[in-house]
Design a protein around this ligand. Structure first.
Ligand SMILES: CC(=O)SCCNC(=O)CCNC(=O)[C@H](O)C(C)(C)COP(=O)(O)OP(=O)(O)OC[C@H]1O[C@@H](n2cnc3c(N)ncnc32)[C@H](O)[C@@H]1OP(=O)(O)O
Ligand SMILES: CC(C)C(=O)C(=O)O
Length: 368
């Protein structure tokens, strides 16, 4: 990846529509990234990671450059609890990295969570309770005030317990879970009640409707400063917002995301081994086929684009949002010839593989 991608990639030109407000804004800088691969990503695996796989993925996240990493749901299992203890006791957390943990607003689970964190330098404790009407009615049997009391009781308990662990710098994050299904006035009321006791700030997108990336980009335009998600969009059901896609979308607009994704194939391999789940062949930027064209007209445009591309100029190869080399991927698979291909594709392969530049007429003959 280039340290300054703006020398190679141009942002989309904004469309001036004066009757809009925040959709006219342009994203100029990356958000603060929070990886939740080791918690939300982990809870959604067929077989959650063991301590060794968690340590390997933690090392990868640090290497990529995440400064906030949600490492566990410590009250969920002995594995998660022990993982937090190992990170702290073996001094595995770099000085500039803040770990996070998730706990529901339930007394026994909050106590267990705080117990796992003894001796940590800096922690984000993420507290949640579901706030949407069907959860209040069906899961908790609580009215609005009861739901607010549940959240505030949780915050107070965290305050009480953190006051006994003063060697740690504590931050609280609160999520009114199922926020989009919660009445707006109630979502505000419960956040206000929590904020009156502490100060939280989340931005998290599920992908159930396939809109995680778009929603996160719109949220950034609307002023969000922090994004939580997982590499390759791991997480419950359809997953969380995919941090790789979001980061490389920024890069392809000339903004360095502040994450090092130069060796994307390596990152993908590590995540696949740790999660034991494959990354799909059409996954943006990382999938096997996402820099590959099969059809003649796409191949022709890519071939001509490569020929015209000045290495010092802005990236302008049709159909390829960024240079595969910038994320450590080769040009080998950019063009694959099948029954949908034409002479341009064959000529491209001959030139790449054999250094043969066929004249236009011969290109036609080579295909017939
Ligand atoms: C949106 C998210 O991703 S949130 C994160 C979700 N992650 C996970 O659930 C993974 C880890 N979870 C676990 O290991 C377990 O579910 C535990 C340890 C948290 C809880 O286990 P158990 O005590 O056996 O309860 P169970 O899993 O059935 O959870 C449901 C119980 O928790 C209660 N509960 C759920 N959320 C909350 C909350 N925020 N505050 C209080 N109680 C809650 C439910 O009401 C229910 O209790 P009930 O049957 O008495 O009504
Ligand atoms: C409880 C919250 C933080 C959650 O996991 C989510 O909304 O994804």
């Amino acid at each position: 990846m280039l340290s300054d991608p703006s020398v190679k990639y141009r942002p989309f030109a904004p469309i001036h529509l004066p009757d809009r407000t925040w959709p006219n804004r342009v994203i100029h800088k990356p958000p603060i990234w929070m990886s939740t691969d080791l918690r939300d990503g982990n809870q959604a695996l067929v077989e959650p990671m063991n301590g060794i796989r968690k340590l390997r993925l933690f090392a990868l996240l640090v290497q990529i450059g995440f400064k906030q990493i949600e490492v566990a749901f410590p009250a969920a299992s002995q594995t998660d609890f022990d993982f937090v203890r190992t990170l702290i006791e073996a001094d595995r957390i770099p000085a500039d990295v803040t770990i996070g943990v998730l706990t529901p607003a339930r007394e026994d689970l909050i106590r267990r969570t705080l117990e796992s964190l003894r001796g940590a330098k800096r922690v984000i404790v993420h507290l949640y309770n579901a706030t949407a009407p069907e959860f209040r009615r069906t899961v908790f049997g609580l009215d609005r005030q009861g739901t607010i009391d549940l959240a505030v009781r949780g915050v107070r308990l965290i305050q009480e317990l953190t006051a006994q662990q003063l060697e740690t710098e504590w931050h609280l994050e609160y999520s009114p879970e199922a926020f989009t299904g919660t009445e707006l006035d109630f979502a505000k009321a419960i956040c206000d009640a929590v904020t009156d006791t502490w100060q939280p700030t989340p931005e998290r997108q599920y992908n159930d409707r396939g809109t995680g990336i778009a929603a996160a980009e719109l949220a950034l335009m609307a002023g969000a400063e922090r994004v939580e998600g997982c590499l390759f969009g791991h997480g419950e059901r359809t997953g969380n917002v995919d941090l790789v896609t979001l980061a490389l979308n920024l890069y392809s607009q000339g903004i360095h995301p502040g994450l090092d994704l130069s060796e994307l194939d390596e990152i993908r391999r590590c995540v696949e081994e740790c999660t034991q789940m494959p990354v799909g062949p059409r996954h943006p930027y990382a999938g096997d086929l996402v820099f590959t064209a099969f059809s003649g007209s796409h191949q022709d445009a890519i071939k001509k684009g490569f020929a015209a591309q000045d290495p010092q100029a802005l990236w302008q190869v049709p159909y390829l949002p960024l240079d595969p080399a910038d994320v450590g991927r080769s040009y080998d698979a950019v063009i694959r010839v099948n029954s949908q291909s034409g002479k341009g594709g064959v000529a491209f392969l001959l030139e790449r593989a054999e250094g043969l530049k066929l004249p236009q007429r011969l290109q036609t003959d080579s295909w017939c």
